[in-house]
Structures are given as structure tokens and as C-alpha cells.
Design a protein around this ligand. Structure first.
Ligand code: CO
Length: 460
């Protein structure tokens, strides 16, 4: 029996624990060891890493990827991609999606895990198609959630749909850490019985279910699990790599992991974790178990957002009402999975309903969701709410990206000299203000280096 591991310390684990603030220089010394530890893949790019590189770390995300690739030639590098939204929150036209995928693969990515917040696969098909064309591995993703319309049958049907799209693996993504061991066992078993692809489980330790959930998923036939090296595991991050390796080996699984290397990796990150604790970048609370998500059926991150929102308006006494309103709003919207951007939309709307009256204020985003611009809702959107937003208008039922004009070449022309490469153009399209600031600072750095060296020559 074989089970493989994806190590998340370079992406999801550090995103979940320290808001993706780990600079390249911090983890560079351990890359060679990570490359030789026997992982199925290293998740190291996509998600918030791109944004964080430009916004906080003054790093070129593409250059980071190339450097990781150079140091890790033997292990597959993996990224997370939000389908037609790429790494942002809005839909991009197909030419941009294709170029982004192509450049990701060219710069070093081997596996692209592609998801859509609503599991509307029209929003991932372009990214999947281009990934396959580039010869990389497309991992089709099911966002896990619980609701009356999300059943074993509906998930199996979606898994088959992904298989028919030509993806090479299927990932079940439990972004909120709410999947129980029982649910994992039943779901993974059902998917394995109906599709012939490797199945991967991604979960978080937030609610304390993680280890049990992964173990039952492996018993049900999961082929790959996502874990984080122990010093960056637990809480809002993934269950620990070493612990799962220990348990699964006792059960007779071949994991392929080199335990000596794992110790080395953990010792390395433990020192960095201590540094993060000292500076306050790592708040110990996020490493603890929080069962609120089980009580309220909303992800932990969303709960802390609601608390922050209400605190800012001096209305924290309304928290219980907002928590009761949240599932009602979710039902009215047809049970979207509570993942970005839907978790924010549902949370803001529930708060508005409590503070200003039921649907007195409807956000722009919720309106476009109801109009069908984000994709198809999993369930039925409440009739009255539909009428309120749409009036006599018909909802949009097409694929939103089909309404968008190509923009890569046009943007490239507009940027002119500012962009030094197609990668720069993509950074700009994804985060215009951040990229522009980054380009300017890069120029400044260059001219400074030039002045210094010129001076040296003169004086020397
Ligand atoms: Co995650």
C-alpha cells in the first residue's frame, strides 16, 4: 500500500499561520533538503503568495518560483489557482488565464490545483485545458462544504465531471477544516468507486478533526494527503507531516518519506517559527484548536472577520444575531461553499441584514452573484431575493468570461517599457497598483546599484 504527501509549508501552512510573510531568503537554505525528502509535491506558489510577494516582501513572485525550481529539480512544484479568477477575486478573460497558466508552467510549476468557489466547472475549464496543453498536471478540485444540496451523489457527479474534463487527479478541498473522519471516509470511498483517478485530500487542523480525517481518508483509498512539517502545522494550517508518516507506516503504508530529512526540515523551520513568535508575526492562538466552525458551520477565518467587522462598528453585542443570520443568508443564496470570495459576501450580507434590516442593503458583489456573474449557484436562490435584485431582468446563465474581451496584448502595449517581460504584464493584470509600485522600486534599485558601482570604479 502506498500513500504520498504534499508538503504545504511554503504555501498554505505559512499562509494560514503567518499571513504568507515568509521571504524567499528565509527558506532558501532548506530547499535542497525539501527536494530530497521524498514528497509527492511541494506546494509553493499561488494562493496568496503572489500577492504577498508584491505587497509586503518586495519580491518578484515569478523570480521566486524560478529560484525554487532551480533548487528543487527533483520534486514536483505545485500551485493553487482559483480558476477563471486566477489569484484574485474577479473573472479574467480567457487569453489572460491561458497566458498565466503557460507562464506558471514555463517558470517551474508541475502541478496546478484548480478550483472554483462555486464548483461551477465552466470557470475552471480554460485553466484545465491550458494546463494539459502545457504538459503539466491539472488537479481538478472539489470545494467541500455541507448543505442539503451537497450530497455524496452530487460530489460524485462533480468528480465524474472533472474526470471527463481530462484532469489527472482529483483534489477534495476542505478549506475550513470541517470535514469529519466519517464524512471523509464515505466521500473518498464513493469517489474512488466511481472515478479511476488518484484522489487527494486537503484539509486544515482548525477544528481538531484533521489527523482523524486524513487517516480515514487514507483508509478509504486516498492516494495523496496534504500535510505541513510539524513546526508549521496544526491550528489553521495542515496536520503534521511527521505524525501522519509515523501512523501510516505503522499501518503498513509505504510513504516514501526520508525521516532524517524530515527532522532536518523541522529543525530548520522550528528556528524560524521561534523568530516569528518573538516578532509577533505568529500569534500562538492560530496554532490552537478552535471548534467554533463546528458549532456555527462557518470557517474559522470567517468568524474572526465577523468579529472584526462588528467590533469596528461597536456592535459586537450583535454577534449572536449575525451568527444566526449567516446560515439563513447562505440558504437564500443557494448554499454557496464558504470559501473566498463567497465567505466574505455571505458574512457582510448577514451583518448588514442584522444592522440595517433584512436585505435593505445588498452589496454590489452579492447583486452580481445573484445575477449569475460568478457562476451557477449550487442550490436555488430565494425567489423573492431574485426579484428584488433582478426586477424583470433575466439572470445571466452563460459563462461570465465569455463576455470579457481579450486584454493581454492590449495591456502589454499600454505598459510599454515598464514591463520587462510577459510575466510582468501578468503581475500587472493581477495586481495593477502593487505591480506598478514594484516596477518603480525595481528601477530605483537598479539605478542605485549602478551609481554605487560607478562611484567605486572612480574611487578605486
Ligand atoms: Co487550504
Amino acid at each position: 500500500m502506498k500513500i504520498q504527501f504534499t508538503e504545504t509549508v511554503l504555501r498554505d501552512a505559512q499562509q494560514s499561520l503567518i499571513a504568507t510573510r515568509m521571504p524567499y531568503e528565509e527558506f532558501e537554505p532548506i530547499l535542497k533538503t525539501l527536494d530530497s525528502a521524498g514528497y509527492y509535491s511541494l506546494e509553493c506558489w499561488g494562493g496568496a503568495t503572489f500577492d504577498s510577494c508584491l505587497r509586503y516582501l518586495n519580491e518578484d513572485p515569478w523570480e521566486r518560483l524560478r529560484k525554487i525550481k532551480k533548487a528543487c529539480p527533483n520534486t514536483k512544484l505545485q500551485m493553487l489557482l482559483r480558476g477563471q479568477n486566477l489569484l484574485g477575486y474577479k473573472h479574467y478573460p480567457d487569453d489572460v488565464v491561458r497566458m498565466f497558466v503557460r507562464k506558471s508552467v514555463e517558470n517551474g510549476i508541475d502541478i496546478i490545483r484548480i478550483f472554483d468557489a462555486l464548483n461551477d466547472f465552466r470557470n475552471i475549464k480554460t485553466a484545465v485545458d491550458e494546463t494539459l496543453k502545457c504538459g503539466a498536471i491539472a488537479s481538478g478540485t472539489l470545494c467541500y462544504t455541507t448543505s442539503p444540496v451537497h450530497t455524496l451523489d452530487s460530489f460524485v457527479k462533480s468528480a465524474k465531471e472533472l474526470e471527463n474534463m481530462g484532469v489527472q487527479t482529483i483534489c477534495v478541498k476542505d478549506m475550513a477544516g470541517i470535514m469529519s473522519p466519517k464524512e471523509a471516509y464515505e466521500l473518498i470511498k464513493a469517489i474512488k468507486e466511481s472515478v479511476s483517478l488518484p484522489v487527494i485530500l486537503h484539509t486544515h487542523s482548525t477544528t481538531g478533526l484533521g489527523f482523524m480525517t486524513l487517516l480515514k481518508a487514507v483508509e478509504a483509498g486516498a492516494d495523496v494527503i496534504d500535510t505541513a512539517i510539524s513546526s508549521f502545522s496544526g491550528g489553521t494550517a495542515q496536520p503534521a507531516t511527521e505524525t501522519m508518516n509515523y501512523v501510516l507506516k505503522q499501518y503498513g503504508y509505504e510513504t516514501g518519506l526520508d525521516e532524517k530529512k524530515l527532522i532536518e526540515i523541522n529543525t530548520f523551520f522550528k528556528a524560524y517559527r521561534d523568530k516569528c513568535l518573538k516578532s509577533g508575526l505568529l500569534n500562538p492562538v492560530v496554532m490552537a484548536t478552535a471548534t467554533d466552525a463546528l458549532n456555527y458551520q462557518i470557517p474559522g477565518g470567517m468568524l474572526s472577520n465577523l468579529v472584526a467587522q462588528l467590533t469596528a462598528q461597536n456592535k459586537l453585542d450583535k454577534l449572536d444575531e449575525v451568527l444566526a443570520e449567516t446560515p439563513r443568508v447562505r440558504k437564500d443564496l443557494g448554499y454557496p461553499p464558504l470559501v473566498t470570495p463567497m465567505s466574505q459576501m455571505v458574512g457582510v450580507q448577514a451583518t448588514a441584514n442584522v444592522l440595517f434590516g433584512k436585505y435593505k442593503n445588498i452589496s454590489k458583489e452579492v447583486k452580481s452573484y445573484i445575477k449569475g456573474e460568478y457562476g451557477k449557484a449550487p442550490g436555488k436562490i430565494d425567489d423573492e431575493l431574485m426579484k428584488k435584485v433582478l426586477g424583470d431582468e433575466k439572470p445571466f446563465t452563460g459563462r461570465f468570461a465569455d463576455t470579457l474581451a481579450p486584454m493581454f496584448e492590449k495591456t502589454k502595449k499600454e505598459l510599454g517599457d515598464k514591463a520587462k517581460s510577459d510575466e510582468d504584464v501578468l503581475s500587472y493584470i493581477a495586481f495593477p497598483a502593487l505591480a506598478e509600485k514594484f516596477f518603480d522600486e525595481r528601477e530605483l534599485r537598479k539605478s542605485r546599484t549602478f551609481t554605487y558601482s560607478f562611484k567605486e570604479i572612480k574611487e578605486g
